[in-house]
Design a protein around this ligand. Structure first.
Ligand code: NAP
Length: 505
């Protein structure tokens, strides 16, 4: 049976509505009415989150693991309904939403196992040395503790895996932090049904209801009130550079500044080294076209830039990319605003000095068709704006004159989530000279592959220097992401019965 949203916020176990409403703008299917969030609701949710922390922050890892697994089970119970409304609201295809649901439940279960393994606690002990000269050493123990209530902004491009019960929420709950989610107005119904699943898990596990609230958007003051709320200790965010930067600045301006873990923008450049380009340029061009257009290019790891050495192999690569992209039709984007931003980005690139159009297409309304441009290393280096993200299926080929210019292009990059090398054995020397440059630019460097399709695992770093993220020491994907919501505390000479459970003998 189809899910029909009631349009309310979930505030600490109660479904509440506000005075004003907004209508969802689905890509297909019926529009629904949702309550607009308010700063007063944000305050209620944060107060309740703080109350919940008194028990949830001291819950056992086994209890939290059971809770995370229960959320995954409840999401699965609602699987078909989640896919249906998710597809309607976002325009993403059914297979994508089903896959994303699997990733979402997988992340929740992964964190359940991760906290049970307990390595993340990084427990340390310096035993007392009472006879040490000239001074005795006290007994000191250390463990990672949850930081308290955190705010999460649902991402438009991952309505499940980076939204209501997505990676940020799963990591925070695993750590022992209550979560207040600001729902993304591009998929409020999807947010509501996932919140319903979390609520059901709260009830079945007997967890304090303040551990999770969902405040729908509709107005910007919800987000600003949330990041400025004195009881919020950190923020998880995925979205635009402008929005993320504004919220980051608000976090920094607070009386007690808090970390803002924002993932803002990346062009994910690929460097195609000469031997690889010569021997398999056509294959790489086809692979690039697939990665660039996947999900209408609405991935933070979308590889927007291909850097190649000028010459006949670059011509062949460009032709092959054009042939692969040309037949690809229009795809629906997540929102009208994102489609408009895509076209504005296209116009910015197309109008830049020294940029040549390779593939022009026509798209309007909420649709995106691929675009392909080319420029020289010299023109790239003269125009920093060419390195800014265009969110959508737009590719830019940068033709450099030699290895030195390729390294200069690498050195000119802003912070990236990923950088890719396509290389063969013959390219090793150039690859080696690029590595120290790329390592300082990106959170993940990959060889002979495409950056879309982020593995959720122990070794994943999905982050990088600004503007890829606002906090380059962290990742928003994988088990390491729990560290964002933990804080090390030392316990000096504290009696065992006063220690947190994880430190008791
Ligand atoms: P967005 O406009 O940055 O919005 C993300 C969230 O932040 C929304 O909940 C939004 O609230 C809120 N927000 C944004 N600016 C705010 C402000 N000044 N004050 C308070 N709250 C604010 O991102 P989007 O809607 O998802 O997509 C727009 C653009 O973001 C895309 O075109 C793309 O360029 C970029 N994007 C990048 C990635 C990535 O992974 N790098 C992912 C998604 C989007 P409202 O909903 O109320 O506006």
């Amino acid at each position: 049976m189809s899910f029909k949203p009631h349009g309310k916020h979930l505030v600490a176990g109660a479904w509440v509505s506000g005075e004003t409403t907004f209508s969802s703008e689905p890509a297909e299917g019926p529009s629904h009415t949702f309550s607009v969030g308010t700063p007063a609701l944000v305050d209620q949710a944060c107060q309740m989150a703080e109350q919940a922390f008194l028990s949830f922050g001291y819950s056992t890892r086994a209890d939290r693991a059971a809770f995370l697994n229960a959320i995954a089970d409840e999401i699965e119970k609602r699987g078909d309904a989640i896919t249906e409304i998710g597809c309607q609201e976002t325009g993403l295809p059914q297979a994508r939403l089903e896959g994303e649901r699997g990733r979402t439940t997988g992340q929740l279960r992964m964190f359940a196992s991760h906290i049970m393994a307990a390595d993340y606690l990084d427990r340390r002990h310096d035993a007392a040395l009472p006879d040490r000269q000239p001074l005795p050493r006290p007994d000191i123990k250390m463990v990672q503790r949850p930081i308290g209530p955190v705010a999460v902004f649902g991402a438009s491009n991952f309505p499940l895996a980076f939204s209501t019960a997505g990676g940020d929420t799963a990591a925070a709950l695993a750590a022992g932090c209550p979560v207040v989610v600001k729902g993304h107005s591009a998929h409020p119904g999807t947010g509501e049904i996932v919140a319903e699943a979390i609520h059901a898990a709260i009830v079945s596990c007997g967890v304090h209801p303040g551990v999770f609230s969902l405040i729908q958007g509709g107005k910007r003051d919800v987000g600003t009130a949330l990041v400025q709320h004195p009881l919020i200790n950190a923020v998880g965010f995925t979205g635009s550079l402008a929005g993320g930067r504004a919220l980051f600045d608000l976090c920094a301006q607070r009386e007690n500044p808090i970390p803002f873990f924002g993932e803002l923008g990346s062009v994910n450049p690929m460097f195609l080294l000469p031997a690889a380009l010569r021997d398999r340029g056509g294959e790489m061009a086809a692979g690039w076209a697939g990665s660039l257009t996947m999900g209408a290019g609405q991935f933070c790891t979308n590889p927007g830039i291909a850097v190649v050495m000028d010459g006949p192999d670059a011509d062949a690569f460009t032709d092959a990319a054009l042939k692969a992209l040309e037949p690809m039709g229009a795809q629906t984007m997540l929102t009208d605003g994102i489609a408009a931003a895509y076209r504005a980005g296209r116009d910015r690139v197309a109008g830049s000095a020294g940029v040549q159009e390779i593939l022009t297409s026509v798209c309007d309304m909420r649709n995106a068709t691929p675009y392909l441009y080319a420029t020289t290393g010299k023109d790239w280096l003269a125009n920093e704006a060419l390195g800014e993200e265009v969110f959508g299926p737009l590719g830019l080929i940068v033709r450099v004159k030699d290895a030195d210019e390729m390294r200069q292009v690498a050195a000119s990059l802003q912070g990236q989530l990923t950088c890719t090398l396509h290389l063969d054995a013959e390219d090793s020397e150039l690859g080696q000279s690029l590595m120290p440059i790329l390592e300082r630019k990106a959170g993940r460097i990959l060889a002979n592959g495409f950056p879309t399709g982020v593995e959720v695992c122990d070794t994943m770093v999905h982050g990088g220097p600004y503007p890829a993220s606002t906090n380059f020491g962290h990742t928003s994907v994988g088990t390491l992401s729990i560290r964002r919501f933990l804080r090390p505390v030392s316990y000096q000479n504290i009696p065992d019965d006063l220690l947190p459970g994880d430190l008791r003998p």
